[in-house]
Each structure stands twice: as C-alpha cells, then as structure tokens.
Design a protein around this ligand. Sequence first.
Ligand SMILES: Cc1ncc(C[n+]2csc(CCOP(=O)(O)OP(=O)(O)O)c2C)c(N)n1
Length: 271
Amino acid sequence: MVATPDKPQVEETPLSPEELRKIHAYWRACNYLAVGMIYLKDNPLLKETLTEDHVKNRLLGHWGSSPGLSFIYIHLNRLIKKYDLDVVYMAGPGHGAPGILGPVYLEGTYSEVYPEKSEDEEGMKAFFKQFSFPGGIGSHCTPETPGSIHEGGELGYSLSHAYGSVLDNPDLITVAVVGDGEAETGPLATAWHSNKFINPIRDGAVLPVLHLNGYKIANPTILARISHEELEYLFKGYGYKPYFVEGSDPDLMHQAMAATLETAIAEIKEI
Ligand SMILES: Cc1ncc(C[n+]2csc(CCOP(=O)(O)OP(=O)(O)O)c2C)c(N)n1
C-alpha cells in the first residue's frame, strides 16, 4: 500500500486514548524544552513578559530537527518498557540535540548526572542557558550528553556507529536516526550497505529511521524530493523493508508511529 500524508502504511491504532494523551503531552513538553534551549537564557517558564534580555544573542540548534527526534525517542521508550528491550538511540541530525536533551532532562537522567540542572525553575534556567552558550555545551549531542557514544557534530557516521554497536551484541537493537541532509554525505550513503555484515544470530539489529524533514538546515534534500516509489525501491535495493510514517496531524502520527514501530520490532524479533 502506498502511504500518503496522514494516511499511514500501518493502519492499526495501538494507543489507548489515555496513552495518546500522555504521549502527546510528553512530546509537547519536549518541544517546549527544545525551543527554550535554542532561544532562552532567562525566564524559562515564561512567567514574565518576554524581553530581549531573556533571549540569547546567538541562536544555534536546529528547531526543524528537534520535534522529530523527540517524537522517535518517546515512541521508542514506550516499546522499551512494553517489551523490556535493550535499545541504543543513535542521533544523526546532530544539531537537533535539543530534541534529545529535552527527553533526557524530562526523564530525570540529566539532573541525576548534573544536579545543578535540577527539575525546577532554577535548574531549567541553567539547562536552557548552557545550550550552545560560551562555557556551556555544544549545539549537537556532545560527549557531555549522558550516555552519549556518538558525537553528532560531524555528519555521516550515525549509521556506521549503529552497525558497529550491534556486532557481537545479539540482544541489542540500535535505532539510527539519519538526517536527510546527513544521508547526502559520502560515509552515510555508503553505510546503508553495512547490513551485509550483520549475522542475524550472532549480532543485534539496526533499525534505521530516515528523518525526511525535507531540508539540510535550509536547503532542500534529494531523498525528500524523489517520489515515494523511487525512495522505496532505493531502500529495497539496499536490502531494507521501508515503512513510511508521514503527515501533520499529531494524533494520527502518534498512532502511526506506535503501530509502525510495533511492526518493525516484531519483525526484528522474528528474525
Ligand atoms: C561532515 C559535515 N558537513 C557539513 C556539516 C554542517 N552541517 C551541520 S548540520 C547540516 C545539515 C544537516 O541536515 P540534516 O541531517 O537533514 O539535519 P537537519 O537539517 O534536520 O538538522 C550541515 C550540512 C557538518 N556538521 N558535518
């Protein structure tokens, strides 16, 4: 079946109304944190009227990448809990770090490692201000990110690192989120073939998620401009079974993502 925007390929709706409400709220909280990290150095809860003094002078970090990265993070967490999975998240669109740091802060890990970035107003202010700020952290997932083993600053290596992580690691699933801009680098374009080195018994599995948000920063990407049909055949040619999750209605997209990930994880487990 060909997927069209808002008409997902996998049509089940596995989320109960309560799960859907909670997942959507969690995602919106992540998006708030992403905007806060990119723009704010003060007034983190917007309790005061916003003034220029609250806003960073130099803005970095990709807003256009961040909601997608959090969206995938949250949906993976649901399945990690449901099936007790061992999963590594490899984030390719590196400047989308706010989309990773947001959920890492919300789940409590960030404050555990950096107690001064506590889960209250003061901690949130410090958490926002440090992002891409002199003396703080970079605008991509730097080694300071708790649990980070992939430096997102130089594009091209997320998929090779993902395949490397599952070698001789049969119970691991590494989800590599590849930016459509990153996909245009030589190392990434070649790395799709790493599936040829994987032994289904001895090694774990890599689940690549191509983040087709259409742009590499502000320029159009090739993979987002070719037809679904061409894209599907390209990835079948590389040896993958592609699924499309595409649209703009959040409720439909949460259900579509939940259903598609369930399908992909079930297929991996069967293998
Ligand atoms: C090897 C390399 N070349 C160029 C850059 C500069 N750069 C940073 S982000 C980016 C675009 C990335 O596009 P995409 O992967 O689609 O991420 P998104 O636009 O969604 O943030 C580029 C070209 C880089 N970081 N590394």
